[in-house]
Design a protein around this ligand. Structure first.
Ligand code: F6P
Length: 732
């Protein structure tokens, strides 16, 4: 039985019980009154029958007593007595109660018969005073009746009423259940015919409005599938119409703009080397809102207002950057420690052992709480749209949900998710999973990562996995787990007019001192052991070994931004990369030629794009990578449809970019073949492949990524609102 029906049944029972109580009280009081009057009348009759004897033997107490004993043979008369005008008992039958005489008699001794009810030991009695109208001392006869038979009769009546109540209750409940079912059917039939437009019923109008909005939103999704391109304008429109212009609040550890003081004392704005920033920044420019990030630049504090806000991009502000300050210890524990020595190696299969320290996790938890607090402070409503970014904030979704239960929380995990067994290495696996399930939507780059997450949730948490909807239900909250492959803005944005590929080639070749006949490969990465930089160098070396015609021709420029340099593993890796480059160069370098050009520095975006455009091929050899946006940026930068992409099969990007030369970075021989193939690929083939790659990146650009997530969030919001309004009706 549903809750609402239970409530009606309870109400019905309550009403019936109330009615029973009132009826039983009325019946009791009325019958009591009848019985009292009846007994007083009987007393009068009994005394009237004995009146002449009483007058005649007024002076013979023994005769009167005998007469009274005869009267008490009536089963309901307990005792009889005579009293004077003051109530003093003159003569009485044997069982007359001793305490009923004089002032304690309590009945009026007048010319009319009077009576009262007295509580005796275990029962009630009625004493009636009947006037004798004689001239003797005795003025009244007192007749005492036993009332227990009255109570017995009332008992019978009460039991009858109770039976009636039960019968009424059973019939009432049955009638109610049958009636409500029939009327619900009739109601839904009317509703359906109204929705189909067959009838007109004004009371259903608000519901129809909701349904129209929902179908508009679904229509919007369909049109997306139909190939309408995703642009910043379309994303903005989606936010305005489907999400009512709600404010976007993003939390991401890395800030998109960093104020850094140079040695000469001037403050420069840097754009950190980060796939996350590359993807998210254009989305924020399109949608506005606030991006909460760790303020890590050494001049960051100087450029914020009193609320730690700075409007960005600095040259044309379009959204707010809110900086959150971390002290050295917090940064060490949360960022370097738990996030990058624990979770990073845990999630990437790159053969580096994760390190988990209790104190790091405590910092991680505390910093997540600080970011969650900042979200609440910046939200501006109780149901904002919050985008939680990456593995730095696994605990934040739950913390935000606790404070803002109605928020739409979209969490995106930018790195791979390990299989359930590997996840078990982390001592806080359960807490992390639970934290992430505070989200409304949880996104990964690939379906494989989603499946790994679902399996982990299944293994380590009390939760229900719905494979059909790809959702996890835990403690009443449903979190959808979906793949949303991330991408880049399309078309790429150059700060000034973009130089042509020929111009780029000229500039880069000149800067690197390359001869015109050189074949240039590029790699662009943070100096991170997951990126397969050593494997890439080994492939170059092997290509030079096996294809002698490439010696003096093949040059590989590696643009590497130092990264996470406080971590020992990264310091070692940095040293090994430099050492390998030197070793290989020592084998093949000449006075005029070096096969590997190690450009170890932070490169701003225009410099990176210029190298992409100048290159004959780009080599992405990650050992494991959530997506890898270098691959997509290279493709986007090649408007000339030239150049070849060599792409590791262990990147998320390889699932989409199948026209690349997809390689296993551990297979040095095949990688060397791929390099040889790339530098000798005919222009027609390059063009055909690049054309196909570009059309994929153009269609599935970063606005599509954000748009799909926001559209799903809008659909969830509608579903929840409609479900709230339709709560009395069964869910589909
Ligand atoms: O891939 C995970 C990620 O957060 C990327 O989004 C980004 O490219 C990179 O790591 C940046 O790392 P960090 O912020 O530690 O420099």
């Amino acid at each position: 039985m549903k809750l609402s029906t239970l409530r009606i049944v309870a109400l019905l029972l309550l009403c019936l019980a109330g009615a029973l109580f009132v009826v039983s009280r009325v019946v009791t009081l009325t019958t009591m009154r009848w019985f009292e009057r009846d007994l007083a009348l009987r007393a009068q009759l009994a005394i009237a029958g004995a009146r002449s004897s009483l007058i005649e033997h007024a002076d013979e107490p023994a005769r009167i007593k005998a007469l009274f004993e005869a009267i008490t043979h009536d089963e309901r008369i307990l005792a009889v007595a005579l009293c004077d005008a003051h109530g003093d008992v003159l003569v009485a039958s044997r069982d007359y109660p001793k305490n009923l005489h004089g002032p304690s008699l309590g009945v009026e001794l007048g010319d009319e018969i009077s009576h009262r009810i007295v509580d005796a030991d275990e029962h009630q009695i009625q004493i009636s005073a009947v006037p004798l109208a004689t001239s003797g001392t005795a003025t009244h006869a007192l007749v005492v009746h036993d009332l227990s038979f009255v109570l017995r009769r009332q008992d019978v009546v009460d039991r009858f009423l109770l039976t009636l109540f039960v019968a009424f209750a059973v019939c009432g409940i049955l009638a109610l259940l049958i009636g409500s079912r029939l009327s619900f059917r009739a109601w839904t039939a009317r509703l359906r015919s109204y929705v189909r437009g067959e009838t007109k019923e004004p009371r259903f109008r608000p519901l129809l409005q909701d349904l129209r909005a929902l179908s508009r939103s679904i229509g919007d999704q369909r049109s997306s599938a139909a190939g309408v391109p995703w642009t910043p304008a379309r994303l903005k429109q989606l936010l305005r119409t489907e999400l009512m212009g709600e404010r976007l609040v993003v939390i991401a550890n890395r800030e998109p703009y960093m104020h850094v003081r140079s040695d000469d004392g001037t403050v420069r704005v840097l754009h950190p080397a980060s796939g996350l920033v590359t993807a998210l920044e254009p989305v924020m420019r399109a949608c506005s809102g606030v991006w909460i990030a760790h303020g890590s630049g050494n001049a960051d504090r100087e450029s914020v207002d009193a609320s730690d806000h700075v409007q960005v991009p600095p040259d044309k502000p379009q959204y707010t950057l809110r900086r959150l300050w971390l002290n050295a210890e917090e940064e060490k524990g949360y960022y370097y420690g738990f996030a990058n020595e624990g979770l990073w190696p845990l999630c990437h299969i790159a053969h580096v052992r994760p390190t988990f320290r209790q104190s790091d996790f405590e910092h991680y938890r505390a910093v997540n709480r600080r970011f969650a607090d900042a979200v609440v402070a910046e939200a501006g409503s109780d149901d904002p749209i919050v985008l939680v970014q990456d593995y730095h904030f696994a605990l934040a979704p739950r913390m935000i949900r606790e404070r803002l239960p109605k928020a739409s929380i979209i969490t995106f995990w930018h790195i791979p998710w390990p299989n359930a067994e590997r996840m078990g290495i982390c001592p806080w696996a359960r807490e992390l999973l639970d934290g992430m399930l505070g989200s409304s939507i949880l996104g990964f780059h690939t379906r494989q990562h989603c499946n790994n997450f679902l399996e982990s949730a299944d293994r380590y948490l009390e939760s229900r996995i719905d494979r059909e909807t790809q959702g996890v239900e835990q403690g009443g909250n449903i979190c959808l787990v979906r793949p949303y492959p991330i991408s880049i803005e399309w078309p790429l944005r150059w700060p000034n007019e973009a130089p042509t590929p020929t111009e780029c080639r000229r500039v880069v070749f000149e800067r690197l001192g390359l001869p015109a006949h050189a074949k240039l490969g590029v790699g662009v990465d943070r100096l991170d052991y997951t990126k397969g930089i050593l494997e890439r160098f080994h492939a170059v070396e092997r290509a030079l070994d096996r294809y002698p015609e490439l010696r003096g021709v093949l040059c590989f420029a590696q643009l590497s931004a130092p990264s996470r340099s406080l971590i020992g593993e990264y310091q070692d890796f940095d040293r090994r990369v430099l050492a390998e480059a030197e070793r290989i160069n020592a084998r093949y370098a000449t006075d005029a030629y070096r096969p590997i050009l190690m450009l170890r520095a932070h490169h701003e975006q225009p410099a990176v794009l210029t190298h992409y455009r100048a290159a004959d091929f780009c080599f992405v050899s990650s050992l494991h990578d959530g997506m890898n946006l270098v691959a997509k940026e290279f493709v986007a930068s090649r408007e000339d449809e030239r150049g070849v992409l060599i792409l590791s099969s262990f990147t998320g990007a390889s699932k989409e970019l199948s026209e690349a030369l997809v390689v296993n970075p551990y297979d040095v021989e095949r990688c060397a073949d791929a390099i040889a193939l790339a530098v000798s690929m005919p222009e027609d083939e390059q063009r055909a492949r690049m054309h196909a790659l570009r059309s994929i990146v153009a269609e599935f650009n970063v606005y599509a990524w954000a748009g799909r997530m926001l559209a799903d969030a809008a659909r969830l919001r509608w579903h929840e609102r409609i479900a709230d309004r339709l709560s009395p009706f069964p869910r589909p």
